[in-house]
Each structure stands twice: as structure tokens, then as C-alpha cells.
Design a protein around this ligand. Sequence first.
Ligand code: SF4
Length: 121
Amino acid sequence: MIDESLSQAAAAVARACTILAKDQIQVGGVVSVVNPEKCAAGLTWVRVCPYNVPVINAEGVAEIEMAMCHGCGICGSECPGKAITRQHFTDEQIMAKEESGSRCTTCLRLWVHVLQKWRGR
Ligand code: SF4
């Protein structure tokens, strides 16, 4: 039991080291970004992020670290000022897809992903 735990811990450290050793990391393009000119630092979205990514920076506006964001879009849906946008999934893009008659399953797939993360799967 202890040997197995130590092996798993060593594997986790090795995995973390491969990521931390890089000068740059590539992340998925579907992440949320903040428009600082619209941001009123309302804090609602800070509380709803399941990954605790958004913070208020030194300038007093929201900041989302792209490398940490999972792109679920929950923060953007909660922002009353529409200061947060998920890249490649703007309101205009979603409405255009809706008006084209094609069925969008992005939200369903993202919610399944978030639920799986919460459950640790
Ligand atoms: S998109 Fe999801 S993971 Fe990224 S900051 Fe918003 S709530 Fe957090």
C-alpha cells in the first residue's frame, strides 16, 4: 500500500516536472478573456468559477490566467456587464449558429466535462 502510494506520488511529481520545466506551454484556444474597459469587478464570476481562476488584479479589474482556464464559460454567463467572453464562442457567433438552424451541443459537452472534473474522473 505504501509502495503503491509512493509510486503514484513519484509519477505525479514527474508529470508536474515535465510541465513546469517548459519555458512556454500551449493551451487550448477556448478560454475566457476579460475586456477591462467593461469590467466593474462585480465578483460574481469569481465565486462561480469551479477552478478558482479569475482574480482582481492590481488595476482593480478581472484577470483570467489563460493557462489555468478550462473554458467552461460559466464566468461569462454570470457577468452582467458582458465583460467576459469565451474566445471563439462570442454571443454573435452563437446567435449566428442558432439562426443558421444547426444544432449546437457545445454547452452540453462542456457541462459533461465540468461535471467529470468535479467528480474527479
Ligand atoms: S471559463 Fe470556466 S474555468 Fe475559465 S475562468 Fe471562467 S469559470 Fe473559470
